[in-house]
Write a protein that binds this ligand. Structure first.
Ligand code: HEM
Length: 415
């Protein structure tokens, strides 16, 4: 049963949070008693959580667990979690990311080929389609519609409407699991592409070697849906916000375009496009695609911000509220990429990818994608936002994206 605070948070999430963004204590009791739960966003509390992360438990979200399965690495702990990070971390980091540049470019340009002067583009859905194709290619080895179409339908049914999501969660016993048929297709697809280079993430998990050892079909299914979901909703949302903010500011667009042209690598190298990277960071600050990091449960009594919290207390870091603190960001509701140009924000104040031992595994890939998609769009199109009033955040589960109604109109093609 939800109490009054939890109910208000569930039903009116963003207004509820906005009304509390100036609370200096940066911590809010959601539930008291033996299973106490707190929302935390004070930088000292976030710092403490991330530093002691390995000693905490990560029980996962009640809403998402039925969707992605109990075996998902998103809420694995201990050795199994460490093994997943050792196996999947390296292919998603540093120089290894360069092997994905070709496929990001190809998939983006295919989507752009379908547009011409006058085309109307539903921006959130458009960027979701591209991001899903990219992550599907990396995880499964191919962007096959026989899998992606039912996958998208399933996610939209579960998370596409806030009311429906809440009805599933609180009235119908939980969010709907994927169909057995979709699960079978995902597993089949994962096994078909095992021999390619670079190895898909599915092939890494199926190798039977390395830190993971054997992964059975049930566990594999949970990781496939977790990676496909975590790897596309978030990236798509940040891409849509980045493109929207650029479309609203001609001067900024011209400066970013000049920077991308001078870099000559389609936005691949972050170091060569600092202004674009700052725009992306600011988009991630103002509308973090993931509003809360994973739950953390204390395993021992802990002093936090002058309170003693008993073992068993669950802390949910609010990324949304951390990014809106006035003592972290001057005029926090204003879009201002300049704040990221010469300054590096500290990880306890700026945490779009979470932190500690659960720091997002795909943060490098996501930013590479956002830069490359933005560079391709700016290189090929001029477009304008038809309905800027729709540029308001909407929740899809814990993910936050621009309203599905947000539309762009192509005003001219450049190449
Ligand atoms: C802009 C895009 C993205 C954002 C904002 C984002 C954000 C996050 C956040 C906030 C977490 C939780 C971290 C914590 O609790 O401390 C997370 C975890 C995770 N993300 Fe991302 N993510 C993005 C893209 C991706 C991509 C592209 C992938 C995969 C290809 C991915 C895979 C994961 C995984 C596997 C975890 C779980 C890590 C763990 O529990 O050890 N994410 N992400």
């Amino acid at each position: 049963m939800l109490n009054g605070v939890e109910l208000r948070l569930a039903l009116r999430t963003l207004p509820f949070l906005d009304a509390r963004s100036d609370l200096p204590e940066g911590m809010l009791d959601l539930r008291q008693g033996p299973h106490a739960k707190l929302l935390v966003w004070h930088p000292d509390a976030i710092d403490r959580i991330f530093r002691s992360d390995r000693r905490l438990l990560h029980p996962g979200s009640n809403s998402l667990m039925p969707l992605f399965g109990a075996g998902s690495l998103l809420w694995a702990d201990g050795e199994r979690h460490a093994a997943y990070r050792r196996a999947l971390g390296p292919p998603l980091r540093g120089k290894r990311l360069t092997v994905y540049e070709g496929l990001i470019s190809r998939i983006t340009h295919e989507a752009l080929d379908e547009l011409s002067a006058g085309s109307l583009v539903a921006l959130p859905a458009w960027s979701r389609r591209i991001a899903l194709r990219v992550v599907a290619a990396i995880v499964l080895g191919a962007a096959n519609d026989t899998v992606l179409v039912p996958f998208t339908r399933w996610i939209d049914r579960a998370l596409g409407s806030r009311r429906r999501t809440l009805a599933y969660r609180y009235l119908r016993g939980g969010l709907p699991r994927s169909s057995a048929e979709l699960d079978r297709s995902l597993i089949r697809q994962a096994k078909v592409h095992r021999g390619g280079l670079p190895p898909t993430l599915a092939a890494v998990m199926l190798s039977g070697e390395g830190p993971l050892g054997k992964v059975d079909d049930e566990e594999l299914r949970d990781q496939l849906v977790s990676l496909l979901f975590a790897g596309h909703e978030t990236t798509a949302s940040a891409t849509a916000w980045t493109l929207y903010h650029l479309a609203r500011d001609r001067q900024l667009t011209a400066a970013v375009r000049a920077e991308i042209e001078a870099a000559g690598d389609g936005g691949a190298d972050a170091g060569r496009v600092p202004l674009l990277q700052a725009v992306i960071q600011e988009a991630l600050r103002l509308a973090p695609p993931v509003t809360v990091a994973e739950n953390r449960t204390l395993t021992e009594d802990t002093e936090l911000l002058g309170r003693t919290l008993p073992a068993g207390t669950t802390l949910t870091p609010s990324i949304y509220l951390a990014h809106r603190r006035r003592d972290s960001f001057a005029d926090p509701r204003r879009f201002d990429p300049a704040r990221f140009l010469d300054t590096k924000a500290s990880p306890q104040r700026y945490l779009p990818f979470g932190g500690g031992s659960r720091h997002c595994l795909g943060s490098g890939l996501a930013q590479l994608e956002i830069r490359m998609i933005t560079a391709a769009v700016l290189g090929r199109l001029d477009w304008e936002c038809v309905n800027p009033r729709a540029a308001v955040p909407e929740l899809r589960g814990h993910a936050m994206a621009p309203s599905a109604k947000l539309r762009m109109r192509v005003t001219g093609c450049r190449a």
